[in-house]
Write a protein that binds this ligand. Structure first.
Ligand SMILES: *Cc1c(COP(=O)(O)O)cnc(C)c1O
Length: 490
């Protein structure tokens, strides 16, 4: 397709890469940057401008026959865009953000915030060398998982432990090591998909195991497992149905029953408990989480869980259980590709160590602090935010209201935590626009919109973030008021 004449003119008027490179202001922005990176960035910017002219974003007037300098994109505007994109090169694409969604274990936002002890451990290890896989005793090799094995034995009663990159990797490794080309029996009610990318049936298939579904979605009895055991059965597996609840007329086999049956038939029992609860969360009215220690005690050969869900640590997959079953995972060739790095291991060790002092846990572990905080304290913090925003953005309608926060991360789906939201209505532009500005602001803020109001759940917002959140809100609301429809920046 050939472009109509005004469009061609608008495109032809654009400066070339060399023109842009010759500009003094641009050179100042490019100072110190790699030449190829600068050229690449300018080329990408010019491509973007060309694209928007073709789509008529800036070139609407150009196609109406106006001179491109007015209707197209001026040279100054092009240089400005190039400079902005060069500045972007120096900025981190991974930013810290304020989580006002009320979802505590938010996978999109990095799940569990780390305890200061875990951050300290990362700092200590990151800058230099360490003994991650060498023995100080004899200078020979050591398995990196031994760093946390002792702690996990103490905390869960397991014989052995292994740490991999995440729980999906733990599931894959357990199946590859124990059920390759064999059958694994799983209840139909537990075939979960988590976060859109972890589909148990697909993970099993990629590990080379064959899935044998038994029972019905709402009821599976131990006899269903028993009847399905055949020549090629290698394992019975239970999976915590993390992000959904089957309510009403339900029945499922306990891990004790599953383990007993497995052992009576010379099979292994694998328990994917998902969240990695090391303590009983029912004290905070989060019911239905299987304790790692209970699965071990019930006789599961392998118990699998994430490091960054309820456990409150770094991304990791933990495999605990019987020594021979864990050992087979450790010896599998895939282990090399799934192993955890020293920084995660440092953070995991420091996080697990906190569990040795249960009385301090709620104060030290941010995730538990968020779960355990009394609703009244959340309300006070919400009030503090409202007062600050009222001061910074007078005339805004801002309320605090009772609401519900969620553990998230595939844990205890139907369980909720009483919370308080700060709700902002009557913004001069749609709430969705304000929400977008909040995401793009500094610091980035993630909130939700309901009934055309911005709602910020304060259970997931730390005391230390209130001031920055108030400023971010004031800025987003101010630009909502000043911007007009059709403003290219909106
Ligand atoms: C979250 C979850 C996984 C996946 O764990 P990642 O650490 O995200 O890889 C696997 N199984 C269950 C039951 C889960 O809840």
């Amino acid at each position: 397709m050939t472009d109509p004449k005004p469009l061609q003119d608008a495109l032809r008027q654009l400066p070339s890469v060399n023109d842009v490179l010759a500009d003094a202001a641009l050179q100042a922005s490019a100072e110190g940057l790699d030449y190829n990176a600068v050229v690449h960035s300018i080329r990408a910017t010019l491509d973007g401008v060309r694209g928007s002219i073709r789509r008529g974003v800036n070139g609407a007037a150009a196609s109406a026959g106006n001179p491109p300098a007015q209707g197209g994109v001026s040279r100054e505007a092009v240089i400005e865009s190039c400079r902005e994109n060069l500045a972007q090169l120096r900025r981190s694409a991974l930013r810290s953000a304020i989580n006002a969604t009320g979802i505590l274990i938010h996978t999109g936002m990095g799940r569990a915030p780390l305890a200061s002890g875990a951050i300290e451990a990362i700092r200590n290890i990151a800058a230099g060398y360490c003994d991650v896989a060498v023995s100080r005793e004899d200078g020979g090799r050591r398995k990196r998982s031994t760093i946390v094995e002792g702690l996990l034995q103490t905390l869960t009663g397991c014989e052995a432990a292994l740490v991999v990159n995440n729980n999906a990797a733990a599931v894959m490794l357990a199946l590859a090591a124990h059920a390759r080309d064999d059958e694994v029996i799983v209840s139909r009610g537990q075939l979960v998909e988590i976060g859109g990318s972890f589909r148990l049936p697909e993970v099993m298939e990629s590990a080379g195991a064959r899935l044998r579904e038994v029972g019905t979605t709402n009821r599976t009895r131990i006899a269903d497992y028993e009847n399905a055991i055949g020549e090629s059965t290698a394992a019975l597996m239970r999976i915590h149905p993390s992000n959904f609840d089957i309510v009403g007329f339900t029945e499922s086999a306990s891990i004790q029953e599953i383990a007993d049956l497995a052992h009576s038939r010379d099979l292994i029992a694998i328990d994917d408990i998902g969240s990695g609860a090391l303590i009983d969360f029912s004290a905070w009215r989060l019911e239905g989480e299987s304790l790692a220690s209970e699965s071990v005690a019930a006789g599961a050969d392998l118990v699998l869980f994430s490091g960054d869900k309820l456990l409150g640590g770094p991304q990791a997959g933990v495999i605990i259980g019987r020594a021979d079953a864990v050992g087979a995972c450790a010896r599998h060739p895939m282990m090399r590709a799934l192993r955890v790095d020293k920084l995660s291991l440092a953070a995991l060790e420091a996080t697990l160590r906190l569990y040795l002092e249960p009385a301090k846990l709620a104060a030290e572990l941010p995730l538990l602090r968020m779960i355990a905080e009394p609703s009244e304290a959340v309300r006070r913090r919400a009030n503090r935010l409202r007062t600050r925003v009222k001061k910074l953005a007078p005339g805004i309608s801002i309320e605090i209201e009772k609401d519900i926060a969620h553990a998230g991360g595939g844990s205890t789906p139907s369980q909720s935590l009483a919370s308080w939201v700060v709700a902002i209505a009557d913004a001069k532009s749609p709430a969705e626009d304000v929400r977008r500005r909040l995401r793009l602001g500094e610091p980035a803020v993630f909130a939700r919109v309901r009934r055309d109001r911005i709602e910020l759940d304060i259970r997931t917002v730390a005391d230390s973030e209130i001031e920055a959140l108030a400023s971010a809100l004031a800025a987003a609301l101010a630009s909502a008021i000043t911007s007009t429809p059709g403003d290219p920046k909106s």
